[in-house]
Design a protein around this ligand. Structure first.
Ligand code: C2E
Ligand code: MG
Ligand code: MG
Ligand code: MG
Length: 282
């Protein structure tokens, strides 16, 4: 009976792996096509709101893939597939290009709305990346300080020395840098101090319980204090209700993001938010 179970288990794992691989290959083929045609992948923008004044402090670009047959596929699903291949570089390039063109459009309309772009581990380790950012800034005529690059704490800790070098070269362009999903990646205080950063985003897993759980609140308060000590702007992500927002304001977070404030939306839908919250360009 034990033998049967083992065989059964083995057959199950083999089948599972096989399915998984072929599904990934199909997805990868579809992604290659999407990157070639260039119209299935678009960006939504989620406001980053100044927690004290309610002003729009910037937006975060979030990739959306509308598969022609399967409908919307979330970034959590397709980015790991891209990340396993060099296609991630083409994807990052398309996202950056779209985001900077959008920032240019806003500037031309008289609005300074800094846009943040997420980059993956592989892009962070690509030594040619900072030069490509410089090139795109030149092409679009967007000032460096209107762009922010978000890297996750996990990505950074994958190869901290290379990350430090890439971030330093990005910052030379005037571009802002942000450490995303902070608190989930086991980075030491030493690295946090060495990283060339402008912003720290506290992960939603710590943010979501601050209104109901003293431990969470204490953790977020001390993280915000650490961020401020290092001269960073502190952002809380994933705020879903008013009580959570109040608690985060009380512990000194600078910026807020979350469904309670605004969902990620198409650039055309952001017009109303801009009219209400955006400072006018100098
Ligand atoms: P992230 O950068 O931490 O982005 C925040 C995610 O949380 C987004 O999910 C956003 O829609 C979601 N979110 C925002 N507010 C709330 C809230 O109040 N409650 C909850 N439950 N969720 C909220 P999304 O768009 O599915 O993206 C997931 C992740 O995929 C992102 O996490 C980011 O790591 C990655 N990603 C998205 N777009 C890109 C991209 O263009 N390039 C790369 N490399 N990664 C991307
Ligand atoms: Mg992000
Ligand atoms: Mg995040
Ligand atoms: Mg996150």
């Amino acid at each position: 009976r034990a033998k049967q179970q083992r065989l059964g288990f083995r057959r199950f794992t083999t089948d599972h792996t096989g399915d998984d691989t072929s599904a990934r290959l199909t997805l990868l083929g579809d992604l290659r096509r999407a990157l070639d045609t260039g119209d299935e992948i678009t960006l939504h923008y989620q406001p980053k709101i100044d927690i004290g004044t309610g002003e729009l402090a910037g937006v975060e670009a979030l990739a959306r893939w509308h598969h022609p047959a399967k409908g919307p596929i979330s970034p959590g699903e397709f980015i790991p597939v891209l990340e396993a291949t060099t296609l991630i570089h083409r994807f990052t390039h398309q996202v950056l290009t779209q985001a900077l063109r959008q920032a240019r459009t806003w500037l031309d309309a008289g609005h300074r709305i800094p846009v943040a772009v997420n980059i993956s581990t592989r892009t962070l380790l690509d030594t040619a990346f900072p030069e490509r950012v410089a090139e795109l800034l030149r092409q679009t005529g967007v000032p460096g300080d209107q762009l922010c690059i978000e890297v996750t704490e996990h990505s950074v800790m994958n190869d901290p020395d290379t990350a430090i070098e890439t971030l330093r070269r990005i910052r030379v362009l005037g571009v802002k840098t942000s450490i995303d999903d902070y608190g989930t990646g086991y980075s030491s205080m030493t690295y946090l101090r060495l990283l060339p950063l402008d912003e720290l985003k506290i992960d939603r897993s710590f943010v979501k319980d601050v209104a109901t759980d003293h431990g969470s609140l204490a953790l977020v308060a001390s993280t915000a204090e650490l961020g401020h000590t290092l001269g960073l702007r502190v952002v809380a992500e994933g705020i879903e209700d008013a009580e959570t927002l109040d608690a985060l304001r009380a512990v000194g977070c600078d910026l807020a993001q979350g469904f309670h404030l605004a969902r990620p939306m198409a650039a055309s839908d952001l017009t109303a938010v801009i009219a209400r919250h955006a400072p006018v360009a100098a």
